[in-house]
Structure formats: structure tokens, C-alpha cells
Design a protein around this ligand. Structure first.
Ligand code: ATP
Ligand code: MG
Length: 353
């Protein structure tokens, strides 16, 4: 029997509801597998914790998380209790930085029974690998000149190490998926960092002669994701470009409530963290309407990462069976509750056993 220790941070709002749903699905997956145990430890960190303790998570919280195989997060933020910048920096960004989660990976594809806002979308299925630690989101720069001719300078920092790490990961993923890598660039407008990015992309590409590659400017790439998303497989992008493309990917899938993501520590030095793309959705919290698919799909990515890809795939197939039958929450046009969707996914999984 293989035991996986999973640190669960349900967080705030619908985070609690979708975390409970995903844990039910994971327990059912463990039952049908028979050879694994998912050992969940729930940490009550987040906005309520802040109200009591003045911090989003304990001082030694990161040390505690490092003991686990993986971290599974719901959603953090309750603007009625804690200003957004405190909940973001006091927990999410802290975890991403201190566990050195330098890659953000987000798949986007059409699930059976869910309408994309695109007119007759073809069956797209791509995955964005975003460099998550540097690039355009650096603190270097400032307002360098005051007065009526004020000037602000923002430096992008691109290191070979982080750039190559993201690009290499994208190629490894492409080999697994058996297809191609597209690099998001803008070397015609951004004349230092993007040619550097292109150069490293071409170097790594040379090591993978059987993977098809292309570089596409970010503006055109954004348009292509709307007009022909089915032509993409793995897309690798810098921090800013990846941020924009991953939200676009979520949008064309039909609802933010279904989009999954992984924050990876690529060297495996610390645990990676898995969290859905959506936030705590205070507007629908506590009403039983939250779509659990984003958290459940995220759980499926987590199993892939833990070396259980068949079990992860079985979970996603169960989700598609359920959406295909029209058992859906209101955000994707259904009338079912979080619990009804979750129970249907569990029973679809049991049928596979
Ligand atoms: P954050 O800043 O944490 O990203 P946000 O307020 O920007 O949070 P969300 O919390 O994701 O964004 O909510 C955006 C909208 O999407 C809300 O109307 C919310 O109800 C809806 N939404 C988000 N997640 C879900 C979900 N799982 N199921 C149904 N609706 C959702
Ligand atoms: Mg937001």
C-alpha cells in the first residue's frame, strides 16, 4: 500500500466546498485503485485564521508544508475580513515563493457537455507552461524622474536558469504528449529579453529534433487561441505572457470554475502546489452552487504528478461522463448542486472499478 501525505488548505469561501468535493473524489479514486492511501491533513489557514491570529498562516507554516508529498489548495480571500493584498501576499505568494514554485502549468480543453464561448470550437486541448518566478514581474525599476516629465522604468529580469527550466519542462511535456511546442515571444518589440528567450528556446529545441516547434508573437498567439485553439499543444511563455494566455485558456473552456492549475517545484526539492484557477467566489459561497470541476481536475493533475497518471485520467473521464449527461452546476448552464455533481463523479468512478 502506497501512502501519499497531502497538505490540504481549503482556504476561504467556496474553497471549503470544492476542497471537500475533491477529497471525496480522491477517496473514491483510492478505493477503486486499492493500492494507494491519500492521507489528508487539513490546515484551517486563511481569512478566519487571520482575524484570530493576525496572520494568514502560522510563522512556521512553510516548514510544516515541506513535510508533505504535495500541497492541495482551494481558494484564498475574503475581502470582507482581510484586504486582498494581505491575503494574497500573506499566503498564496508566500507559498509560491518559499516553496520555489517556479512553473505554473494550466491545461485548457473542451470537456464533453460544456459549451465554450467560441463559435463552434474544434476539440482543442492545449497546455500552457508559464515561467512563474521572474521575467516581467520583477521588482527592479522605479520612478526615476519626478516633476512634469515623470518617468517610470520597469525592468524585466530573464535568467538563463529560469528561462531554460521553463522551456525544458515544456519540451519534456511535449514528448509525453507526443506533439509540438509553441513559444510565446515578442522579439520584434521587446529587443533584449525576447531575443534571449528565443535563443534559449532554439538551443533546447535542437535537443528535441522530433518535437515540432514554432515561435509566435504574443499578440498573434492570443488571436489564434480564439480563432484556432485546436492548432496548439504545449505553449511555453514568460511570466506576463503566460499569465494572460492562461486566463484566456480558462475563458475559452467555458467557465473559470472548471480550470485547473499546478504550481510546480520542477527540481522536486519542495512539494508542488495544486490549486484551481478560480478564487474564493464570495458572491456564491455557502450556497451549494460552486462548480467542483476545477478543484477535481486539479486533483487529477496532482495524481499525475504523484506518479498515478491512470488514476488521474480516470477522474477526468468520470468528470466528462457527468458533464456529458448534463449534471452541471449553474455556471455552466446546469441546475445541479456542488454535492450532486460530486456524488455523480464518485459514482461514475465506482463504475470503472
Ligand atoms: P481571485 O482574486 O481570488 O481570483 P476573484 O474575485 O477575482 O478572486 P473568483 O473568486 O474566481 O474571482 O470569482 C469570479 C467569478 O467567477 C464570480 O462571479 C464567481 O462566482 C465565479 N466563480 C469562480 N469560481 C467558481 C466556481 N468554482 N463555480 C462557479 N462559479 C465560480
Ligand atoms: Mg481576481
Amino acid at each position: 500500500m502506497k501512502n501519499f501525505r497531502i497538505a490540504c488548505l481549503p482556504g476561504d469561501g467556496i474553497g471549503l466546498e470544492v476542497m471537500s468535493a475533491a477529497q471525496d473524489v480522491l477517496q473514491t479514486a483510492a478505493e477503486i485503485h486499492g493500492g494507494v492511501v491519500f492521507d489528508f491533513t487539513n490546515f484551517p489557514w486563511g481569512s478566519d485564521y487571520y482575524v484570530e491570529n493576525g496572520l494568514m498562516m502560522p510563522e512556521d507554516g512553510i516548514r510544516q508544508l515541506k513535510e508533505f508529498d504535495t500541497v492541495f489548495l482551494g481558494a484564498v480571500g475574503n475581502p470582507k475580513l482581510v484586504p486582498d493584498h494581505i491575503s494574497l501576499w500573506g499566503m498564496l505568494i508566500k507559498i509560491r515563493r518559499e516553496l520555489e514554485l517556479s512553473l505554473n502549468v494550466r491545461p485548457a480543453r473542451v470537456l464533453r457537455g460544456i459549451d465554450s464561448p467560441l463559435h463552434s470550437p474544434n476539440d482543442f486541448n492545449f497546455i500552457v507552461v508559464r515561467e512563474n518566478s521572474e521575467g516581467e514581474y520583477s521588482e527592479a525599476g522605479g520612478v526615476i524622474h519626478n516633476g512634469p516629465d515623470e518617468i517610470a522604468v520597469q525592468n524585466g529580469i530573464f535568467t538563463r536558469k529560469a528561462t531554460e527550466r521553463a522551456i525544458r519542462y515544456a519540451f519534456k511535456l511535449a514528448k509525453k504528449r507526443g506533439s509540438k511546442v509553441t513559444s510565446a515571444t515578442k522579439s520584434n518589440g521587446i529587443v533584449h529579453s525576447m531575443p534571449f528567450w528565443d535563443r534559449i528556446f532554439n538551443e533546447v529545441a535542437a535537443e528535441y529534433p522530433d518535437v515540432e516547434t514554432r515561435s509566435v508573437h504574443i499578440d498573434a498567439l492570443s488571436a489564434f487561441l480564439v480563432t484556432k485553439p485546436e492548432t496548439f499543444d504545449v505553449i511555453v511563455a514568460s511570466n506576463l505572457f503566460g499569465d494572460i494566455l492562461t486566463d484566456l485558456g480558462g475563458a475559452i473552456m467555458g467557465s473559470i470554475g472548471i480550470a485547473p492549475s499546478a504550481n510546480l517545484n520542477p527540481e522536486g526539492k519542495y512539494p508542488s502546489m495544486f490549486e484551481p484557477v478560480h478564487g474564493s467566489a464570495p458572491d456564491i459561497a455557502g450556497q451549494g452552487k460552486a462548480n467542483p470541476l476545477g478543484q477535481v481536475w486539479t486533483a487529477s493533475m496532482m495524481l499525475d504528478h504523484l506518479g498515478l497518471p491512470e488514476l488521474g485520467a480516470a477522474i477526468l473521464e468520470a468528470c466528462e461522463e457527468v458533464t456529458g449527461e448534463g449534471i452541471k452546476t449553474p455556471d455552466i448552464g446546469g441546475t445541479s448542486s456542488t454535492e450532486e455533481v460530486t456524488a455523480a463523479i464518485c459514482s461514475a468512478l465506482r463504475k470503472k472499478a
